[in-house]
Design a binder for this molecule. Sequence first.
Ligand SMILES: Nc1ncnc2c1ncn2[C@@H]1O[C@H](COP(=O)(O)OP(=O)(O)OP(=O)(O)O)[C@@H](O)[C@H]1O
Length: 555
Amino acid sequence: TSKADRGNQCLSHVLTLVLQELSLLCKRDVNGVGMLYDLLRSRWLQALLKIYECLQNYLEKRPVPVMLQAHALNCEALLSAHDTVAQKDFEPTLPPLPDNIPENEEAMRIVCLVKNNQPLGATIKRHEITGDITVARVIHGGLADRSGLLYAGDKLVEVNGVSIDGLEPEQVINILALSQGTIMFKLIPVSDRPVSNQTTLYVRAMADYWPLQDPAIPCADAGLPFKKGEILQIVDQNDALWWQARKLSDLSACAGLIPSNHLLKRKQREFWWTQPFQPHFCLKSSMLPMPLSFTAGFRRSMRLCRRKSRANQQSCYARCPSSCCSTFAAPYEEVVRYQRHPGDRNRLIVLVGPAGVGVNELRRRLIASNPREFQSAVPHTTRVQKSYEMNGREYHYVSKETFENMVYSHRMLEYGEYRGYMYGTSIDAVRTVLNEGKICVIDLEPHGIQIARTHELKPYIIFIKPSSISCMRQTRKNARIITDYYVNMKFKEEDLQEMEDSAKKMEAQFGQFFDQVIVNDNLQEASAQLLSAVHHAQDEPQWVPAIWICSDTQT
Ligand SMILES: Nc1ncnc2c1ncn2[C@@H]1O[C@H](COP(=O)(O)OP(=O)(O)OP(=O)(O)O)[C@@H](O)[C@H]1O
């Protein structure tokens, strides 16, 4: 028999004897024996014995080397090789430091990054005073940022073994652009690394920005293009001129450079972008002609007032609050997520669109669909009340002095003159509808948007956009455009063209304020979209100016 068998037999024999003995003792109920008996019969002990068996078998089978050549290995040589390797000190043996090193000698850092066809995610610049080439910024979420090894302010000494002493930043960028795979930097780390205490900020862009057309951007490829109205997440404001931001629509992307508030304002003043935003525009807006339109009974006088003013650019106005100018001039508007509490007043719904697009038709249909839920604001007028009219139903009939007082005390959202009489929509009239728990739906000329944008009204702006001229030729065949009190004219080709041009201008100038755009092609579809947009405005979370919410907490 083999050694293992002998071992096994031995062990099993002893165990069997012990168990027999114990079972006898168990019968005599000797104290503690039961426990020992159980122990020896336990599964883990059996398993242990199995392992022991396996090991015995393994010992019997004399292990052989995997490779045939290994047979030739000298065992002693092998052990001595092992000992040599085990005793060797693999730490780098650095030469002793020379005694004459100046105390303020800067420590170098060697940084290796693997590029893999992605941008480095950092920009460099020449330091204004020292002339050194330093890391200007590290883009959030980019390769350099993710490595955690490069910081703004680090001074570059070598790139891929090439000393950058005397090189221009552009030459260094060239070296970097040509490098594939691993890039090695030798650098002197910035002494006081900026502590990141940035809070993420969300803003609505009030202008368009195209980095590729901006000669001033430090690195056009690192720029973030955006359109007015888009929500941006600002992740870095360390630099006075160039911030870092992501688009809300793509938060997983690495951040890009955008001009800071201050810089964008400066650019606006220089009018360099393709669709210049004119900050001084609103300075004039209190005197701008404001066409008006009405519908609580969808009053023609007001709509005509607007149409007339469009023609002679004279008769209607929007009040311009003092805050208006500053808001117009701000290139970014800080926004926060806002969810209307079910108990809160409804948000004011404002429809905006070029004359004839169907703003009143859509509003009329919306109110008619559920007059208990939707209502228009009753306008004020200085004209005489007609016999069949009721004060407060069609209009609030007021004297010229009262009307003018309301204008001067900033109680009008917009107002105008038609055939010698004043007409206007007051904030109080809107408030009355909202206080009744209803949804107030008004239409405004776009210049009036800014006036309605208050924390109290929290307006939700819907732009009604015309469909293409060819579509309108079909859909507006039987439609009538109101040209005078008693005259409804068919749409002419130039009316359609004017509508399209006017819509383009409105979008270009006021698009940043539109919460929703509805193309009024098929009337039924547009009505359904309006209904769902209105409910969306009241029930879903929205981005609103932060100032609206701050004001809430103050009041
Ligand atoms: N999608 C549509 N398809 C067909 N006709 C439409 C559509 N939308 C509106 N209309 C018709 O077009 C005409 C003008 O519409 P509406 O009076 O609502 O225009 P508006 O935008 O209020 O402009 P204004 O205030 O200058 O009259 C009306 O006859 C209306 O019924």
